[in-house]
Design a protein around this ligand. Structure first.
Ligand SMILES: C[S@@+](CC[C@H](N)C(=O)[O-])C[C@H]1O[C@@H](n2cnc3c(N)ncnc32)[C@H](O)[C@@H]1O
Length: 680
């Protein structure tokens, strides 16, 4: 610790003696220019650093800082693949907006929610939807610029807030990647579940594509599983892997064929200073070097994604940091190594989206004192002088702008400063005319040579690769790609999730369940699976039964689940409920029926496979009754709903015990009055 501190001091002294470095010291900035600024919302180095980077024009700088100090508005969005969305949107427009248009709180007039305009524009352009579908999907994203206390205490807004409780809230920026990527239901994508289902206005079929959501943090993967429960999907998988060495995913058991993705969202770990409006602590703790250490990891994640993408496929690289070292530098570095990629301009599809030219030059600083070297070579010279030839520099060449930055079209990046905290996104596309294998090999070879020469530079003599600091992004990327053994995170022994076992249709309990439900023949019964250490043998008593689509099944069967660190797959359809087994008066079918119930989450997937005559129609009051009563009484239901249930369910009490009200049940029927209620 002491030694490290000493070397930093020496480093700084050397810099000032030799005078080859420069301290960024842009003119026109004083720390107390604007008295309105709240004292805590200041960080002089932050301001110096970003003013020097020319993030915004100098005359916009103060406006920009003031904007950063404004509270973040609430944004919410109705799921566009959810049938109720249109109805809910109408309720917001017709009931709540008039009601919220004239509200004052503590003498201040409050603005009603406003629709975010870019979402409708996109929807009508990028999907070939019918006019009806377009109208269904238009304007589902909103923002609400009302202070939190007013949201809680104004009676009108409080009621609206409660109404929103049923709706998933999302930062406006998180709504953009699916728009840029243009995900379709047959795509293999990383993240973006909803977009996969989007081409279906009703969830009538199971999408053939898949979505894989990944996070290296185990707890965060469970959050992903939880968040995805808004749209339970048989096409969804969650993995717990280091994205920078995301392994090959095989689709045949001989490991010949592996997946290439159509779309990948790299929402990379970043310093996060774009979230200033949400996380006020950043003002206090921000350091100019925060982004430096993340650059290499970000590069590795992006270049790994590039390796896993199909020709014509798209990647959104996204951070919530202002720092060019985490944005342009990463994208430029990755593009240097992958000329088969280009940045795509979709501005005509999203004309309302705020956007600014990207930086073609930027000024990395090597320490907290904002010391900057004009080039990597300058930096290296001084670094070697201080720490000797054996030291490993903390910075890599890609921290600096490449000489051809102007040619990389970096200017097509997106900044959202209007309605949300800032997030930068770059849309990269693998060119359709892909390079031949030979061309790719020669690029690979020249990259290796370049990497090796950097290694030499940094040491002054040849050294063993194993000693190289992991910050050497390019080298690491080269070594992990296409090597499934190296790609394994190496900690599979610590992976404690249960395995996935597909059920044989001859499993006695499954057979009984399927006979009872009389699902349509198109139901993919062979894609049902269980998760338990004993597997799915015929003697194993089933508990929870899950469903996935064909592609997901293929993947689960062709890969070791612990190598992929598969946290979650598909959606849970049925679960066993205890009781009934010992009742001698019941036959086996009744026991099985009692033993399993359809989960509410599974209903949207299952409903299209349930014969029409198995569905009873109730009205709104029946639905209310079923949702509100813990033990609803059959006599409280209306006719003909009540008689239908009795006829289908046999004994009245039994029928009632098996009624499952669910989200789909509140869907309006053709006559606009009835709702469907599913009976097991
Ligand atoms: C900006 S957040 C992305 C959040 C994500 N979009 C979501 O909605 O949950 C970055 C995430 O990257 C994860 N992360 C950090 N290093 C990683 C790595 N090497 N591989 C995969 N994920 C990583 C962090 O745990 C964090 O959740």
């Amino acid at each position: 610790m002491t030694k490290r501190k000493a070397s930093v001091v020496t480093f700084m002294r050397l810099i000032s003696q030799k005078g080859r470095s420069s301290n960024i010291n842009p003119s026109g900035l004083t720390s107390d220019t604007n008295e309105q600024w709240i004292q805590e919302m200041k960080n002089e180095k932050f301001e110096l650093y970003y003013l020097a980077q020319k993030l915004v024009d100098e005359d916009e700088w103060h406006q920009f800082l003031e904007f950063l100090r404004k509270p973040l508005p609430t944004t919410f969005r109705l799921s566009s693949s959810w049938e109720l969305s249109h109805d809910l949107n109408k309720i917001i427009q017709e009931t709540y907006i008039p009601h919220l248009s004239n509200v004052t709180f503590e003498g201040v007039r409050l603005d009603p929610p406003v629709q975010i305009s870019w979402s409708d524009r996109y929807t009508s352009f990028s999907y070939s939807l019918t006019p009806q579908d377009v109208s269904v999907n238009i304007g589902l994203a909103w923002h609400l610029n009302v202070p939190k206390p007013a949201l809680r205490r104004s009676p009108e807004f409080k009621r609206f807030h409660n109404f929103l409780g049923n709706i998933s809230r999302q930062e406006a920026v998180s709504m953009i990647p699916p728009l840029l990527l243009g995900v379709e239901s047959n795509h293999l994508t990383a993240q973006l579940l909803e977009a996969l289902h989007k081409t279906q206005s009703r969830l009538e079929t199971i999408p053939s594509g898949i979505v894989i959501a990944n996070d290296s943090d185990f707890k965060r993967t469970h959050l992903l599983v939880h968040q995805s429960s808004r749209l339970p999907s048989p096409a969804f998988m969650v993995t717990n892997l280091d994205a920078s060495s995301f392994p090959k995913i095989f689709v045949d058991s001989h490991n010949h064929q592996s997946i290439k993705f159509d779309r990948i969202l790299c929402d990379v770990p970043c310093s996060g200073d774009g979230t200033l409006r949400k996380n006020l602590n950043i003002w206090r703790h921000w350091q100019s070097t925060d982004g430096n250490g993340l650059h290499a990891l970000q590069m590795r994640i992006l270049t790994r994604a590039m390796k896993l993408l199909k020709p014509n496929g798209r990647i959104v690289y996204s951070t919530c940091s202002f720092n060019p070292v985490e944005n342009e530098a990463v994208v430029a570095g990755a593009l240097q190594n992958h000329p088969e990629f280009e940045i795509v301009d979709v501005s005509s599809d999203l004309p309302n989206l705020a956007r600014k030219p990207g930086l073609v030059t930027w000024y990395p600083v090597v320490n907290k004192e904002l010391v900057h070297y004009p080039s990597y070579d300058d930096y290296l010279t001084y670094w070697k002088n201080i720490d000797g030839p054996k030291s490993v520099p903390k910075m890599v060449p890609t921290h600096w702008p490449p000489s051809n930055a102007e040619d990389l079209n970096l200017h097509r990046w997106y900044v959202f400063t209007d309605i949300c905290f800032l997030q930068l996104m770059f849309l990269l596309q693998r060119k359709a005319t892909s390079l031949t294998e030979d061309e790719l090999k020669s690029i690979e070879l020249s990259k290796r040579k370049r990497t090796a020469s950097h290694e030499l530079d940094s040491r002054g003599h040849e050294s063993k690769r194993s000693k190289v600091d992991e910050n050497f992004a390019v080298k690491n990327e080269l070594e992990c790609v296409d090597d499934p053994v190296r790609n394994d995170t190496g900690n599979s022994s610590r992976f404690k999730e249960a395995p996935y076992s597909f059920l044989d249709i001859s499993h006695p309990q499954l057979k009984q369940l399927m006979n009872h439900l009389q699902l349509l023949p198109s139901f993919p019964v062979s894609n049902l699976f269980v998760r338990n250490p004993e597997g799915a043998g015929s003697s194993v008593s089933l508990r929870s039964i899950y469903l996935c689509n064909d592609m997901v099944k293929c993947i689960v069967e062709a890969n070791d689940y612990s190598r992929l660190r598969l946290v979650s797959v598909g959606t849970k359809l049925f679960t066993r409920q205890d009781g009934g087994e010992n009742d001698k008066s019941l036959d086996t079918t009744t026991v099985t029926r009692r033993r399993f119930r359809i989960l509410a989450d599974g209903v949207p997937t299952l409903l299209p496979y349930i014969p029409r005559d198995m569905v009873c129609l109730g009205n709104k009051d029946d639905l209310k009754q079923l949702l509100e009563s813990y033990h609803p009484l059959i006599n409280d239901l209306s006719e003909p709903f009540r008689s239908q249930i009795v006829a289908k369910g046999g004994r009245r009490e039994e029928a009632m015990a098996n009624v499952t009200a669910h989200e789909e049940s509140s869907r309006m029927d053709d006559d606009g009055k009835h709702k469907t209620v599913q009976i097991e």
